[in-house]
Design a protein around this ligand. Structure first.
Ligand code: PRP
Ligand code: ZN
Length: 289
């Protein structure tokens, strides 16, 4: 890769976060080509390069300023003592760092791993956790393929990420305890060159716009004009709802945005106020301010 002045974003090369990371970058308007086993790609429409790295290496790359931004699981950040800025949680890549044992084991609680061996790629987090729980276990540090440690008799249990649970299932392991929850986060660094700072800020705004678009729905409905004052409070939108006259002077159409999670409650109240013909559509992008 040529050393150009392009802004660099580091994402996981292959794994749980790869697909979600690339989808987010595309929703943010970045246009690029990619295929399996690529190491980097340059965007067609912006001076940005995407680096495909092992997720565990991303915090250091960002800390050292080799990458300006990175998408990584919060679990990886909690494990390492790295100096990066946590910019935004990204609302994907949800998983749990869990302690698991062979399906056939008779253990019913994590306490039974006292005096035993636990294999993990997260020795710092695990050490703190078992200390808190008053468990003395030997921590076997493995960089990858932690899930086969019990079958190889390298350890009695493991502490690893569980997302869909299919890795545990395939390796005949079951969760006995959960250490922490994790999701993807956007990280940045103070080492970003001055000429790239404004692009970083623009990208953060775009991430927020993508997230807000996902969190909100666009709603339109007809309403008896007399019910407007009441309904205005239900669907305030950004400033206040858009009100459009209908051919029938007693009715208006109201347009607004509502939070997806409050959506059903609001719809019921709109109906109680006489609202009808309620149309809802997804929002592609939402720039709130
Ligand atoms: C984690 C973990 C498991 C997998 C669990 O890997 O090490 O291999 O995800 O997911 P599942 O419950 O859906 O099967 P990650 O993508 O973080 O890659 P790495 O372990 O190679 O860093
Ligand atoms: Zn990893």
């Amino acid at each position: 890769m040529e050393l150009n002045g392009n802004l660099k974003i580091a994402v996981q090369r292959s794994g749980r976060l790869s697909e979600g990371s690339l989808a987010l970058l595309r929703q943010m308007g970045l246009r690029f080509e990619t295929y399996q086993d690529r190491l980097f790609t340059s965007c067609r429409n912006m001076p940005i390069d995407i680096l495909f790295l092992r997720d565990d290496d991303i915090p250091e790359y960002v800390q050292d300023g080799v990458a300006d931004l990175g998408i990584v699981g919060s679990n990886v950040l909690d494990e390492r003592d790295v100096n990066v800025e946590r910019l935004l949680p990204l609302d994907f890549g949800y998983c749990a760092l869990s302690i698991a044992i062979p399906e056939t084991s008779s253990y019913t609680s994590v306490q039974e791993l006292n005096g035993k061996k636990i294999a993990t790629s997260y020795p710092q987090i695990l050490a703190k956790y078992i200390k808190k729980k008053n468990i003395k276990a030997e921590i076997i540090f493995l960089k990858g393929c932690v899930e086969i440690a019990p079958a190889l008799k390298v350890a009695d249990g493991i502490c690893d990420l569980v997302s869909t649970g299919s890795t545990l299932r395939t390796n005949r392991l079951r969760t006995i305890d959960t250490v922490m929850q994790s999701q993807a986060v956007l990280i940045g660094t103070e080492k970003t060159k001055p000429q790239n700072r404004s692009t970083v800020e623009k990208l953060i705004l775009r991430v927020q716009a993508v997230q807000d678009a996902r969190a909100y729905k666009y709603i339109m409905f007809n309403l008896p004009r007399v019910a407007l004052e009441k309904v205005k409070k239900l669907v305030p939108g950004c400033k206040s709802p858009t009100v459009v006259p209908l051919a029938d002077p007693d009715f208006i159409a109201v347009h607004s945005v509502v939070l997806e999670e409050e959506f059903w409650d609001i719809v019921e109240k709109i109906r109680e106020c006489g609202g009808s013909g309620i149309l809802v559509s997804p929002i592609e992008k939402f720039i709130r301010s």
